[in-house]
Design a protein around this ligand. Structure first.
Ligand SMILES: Nc1nc2c(ncn2[C@@H]2O[C@H](COP(=O)(O)OP(=O)(O)OP(=O)(O)O)[C@@H](O)[C@H]2O)c(=O)[nH]1
Ligand SMILES: [Mg+2]
Length: 445
């Protein structure tokens, strides 16, 4: 940790850093830590970065079946809690599961004391087939039981699953894995029983080899469901970790209005900034330490003027954050005509979002003020004669009380930092009040 005794100095909090993106829009972002000193308030943050590779190929050995059944639905969490993705079991690649099971099965010897060669061989064959089937079924059962049922997840995590993996894909893969287990159990039992009924040593050897071949065929054909599950676990585990009890600031606005640029300025993080829409392709969680208090920041993909059913998954992620996480909102308006969404369209988006999420603590900023001379640039496709009074006012000033800022000239940035600090402190108080309210409701009378 870096810092001095002064309240105004930076404190570095090393954190594992995560960004998740929709699968349809994979784009890694690098954030190098950077210090920004500010005369009145100091912000420090290590932004989270894409970490899809963190579990590459790692896995834990399968547990014993009795143990597995005891931990039934271990992945289930109280619906008000988040963090289920960090508790997902490690999934072993299909090929490793198969060869590990095969090795163990082949080491099984016949029961001692069987003198008759045919009996000994059919005993060995039945035991080996049974062992192969069990060794394959155990990890598959463990996955099925330890991956949480989507219904038991916090609604935010449920949305993340739907938006990043595609609706229904998570359940489909889990059910394919479970079907594979069931097929293996039934085929394994059938062949073990056939082998046990063999009349000669030679027949027992043939039954064993047939059974093993059949199980291998099934696993080769359907085992890719296990690899799909492995990838799902990697993707989910790499999603940003949100602490519902930590005050969070969420940057919202149309695409390309300067949200990520402000995140960079308000923190030491470095989200990607580009002059095209949807540069930010996922929810990015970062952390700020301010006067020895911890806060979270999320940068979100931009919202366009359109109906919810037409929104892309990136926009839906933004709405999921606003819907399910107790964040304060920093809404960014670009009236310069630079961002690609006209001020009147931004006004419509803003009104809709404000109406839906107006119960969040809220701060409006008008960005890119260096581009706004005395009067704002008139957006090329806008006909200002059509403006109603409210819109005309918005086009000039943004919403009432909005802070005008420029990342380029740093105009308004001191004020913004102070207001963000106040907002986050108020948000913390709100969270505490809510928590103690809940606790008093839960307390026995
Ligand atoms: N002149 C000027 N340009 C700015 C300012 N803030 C941001 N920009 C530019 O605006 C463009 C978009 O900035 P971003 O921060 O990527 O915007 P965003 O809202 O995060 O964009 P998406 O992630 O695509 O939604 C970049 O070219 C920035 O350099 C500013 O204060 N002044
Ligand atoms: Mg961005």
């Amino acid at each position: 940790m870096n810092g001095t005794r002064s309240m105004l100095q930076l404190r570095h909090m090393p954190r594992s850093s995560l960004l998740f993106t929709c699968n349809n829009f994979p784009k890694a972002v690098n954030f190098a830590p950077q210090k920004i000193m500010h005369p009145s308030v100091c912000f420090c943050q290590q932004m989270q970065t894409a970490t899809y590779e963190i579990v590459n190929g790692s896995y834990v050995p399968a547990g014993d079946p009795k143990q597995a059944s005891k931990v039934k639905d271990k992945g289930a969490m109280p619906p008000e809690a988040v963090g289920a993705f960090q508790k997902l079991p490690m999934v072993m690649p299909a090929v490793d599961i198969f060869y590990s099971a095969l090795r163990k099965a082949k080491r099984i010897s016949p029961t001692k004391g069987i003198a008759n060669a045919a009996k000994r061989e059919r005993n060995r064959g039945a035991k080996q087939l049974d062992a192969l089937m069990k060794e394959l079924a155990v990890p598959l059962r463990m996955y099925k039981e330890n991956f949480p049922n989507k219904r038991n997840l916090h609604p935010y995590e449920r949305s993340l699953i739907e938006l990043t993996l595609g609706d229904g894909n998570y359940e489909e893969v889990l059910s394919k894995v479970d079907n594979l287990r069931k097929t293996l159990v039934s085929v394994g039992k059938e062949h073990a029983s056939l082998c046990a009924k063999s009349l000669s040593k030679r027949e027992a050897e043939e039954r064993l080899s047939e059974g093993m071949k059949k199980i291998e065929e099934i696993f080769n054909r359907e085992g890719k469901a296990v690899d799909e599950l492995l990838n799902i676990a990697k993707t989910l585990r790499a999603m940003p970790v949100v602490d519902l009890e930590t005050s969070t600031l969420c940057l919202v606005g149309a695409p390309n209005v300067g949200k990520s640029s402000l995140v960079r300025l308000l923190s030491t993080g470095k989200p990607e900034v580009c002059n095209y829409p949807f540069t930010t392709r996922g929810i990015l969680m970062g952390h700020i330490t301010l006067s020895f208090q911890n806060f979270q920041v999320t940068d979100t993909p931009g919202l366009l003027r359109r109906d919810d059913e037409d929104r892309n998954n990136l926009e839906k992620l933004t709405l999921a954050v606003l819907t399910h996480l107790p964040t304060a909102v920093l809404y960014v308006h670009d009236l310069s005509g630079e961002c690609g969404t006209s001020p009147s369209d931004q006004f419509i988006i803003y009104k809709e979002i404000k109406e839906r999420f107006g119960d969040h603590l809220w701060l409006d900023v008008v960005s890119k003020c260096d581009l706004l001379s005395d009067s704002p640039v008139v957006f090329i496709t806008e006909d200002s004669n059509d403006d109603n009074l409210e819109l005309a006012r918005y086009r000039r000033m943004g919403p009432d009380g909005a802070i005008r800022v420029s990342v380029k000239t740093e105009l308004g940035i001191d004020e913004l930092k102070n207001r963000v600090h106040e907002l986050l402190v108020t948000q913390s108080e709100r969270i505490k009040a809510l928590k103690s309210n809940e606790e008093s409701l839960e307390a026995p009378t």
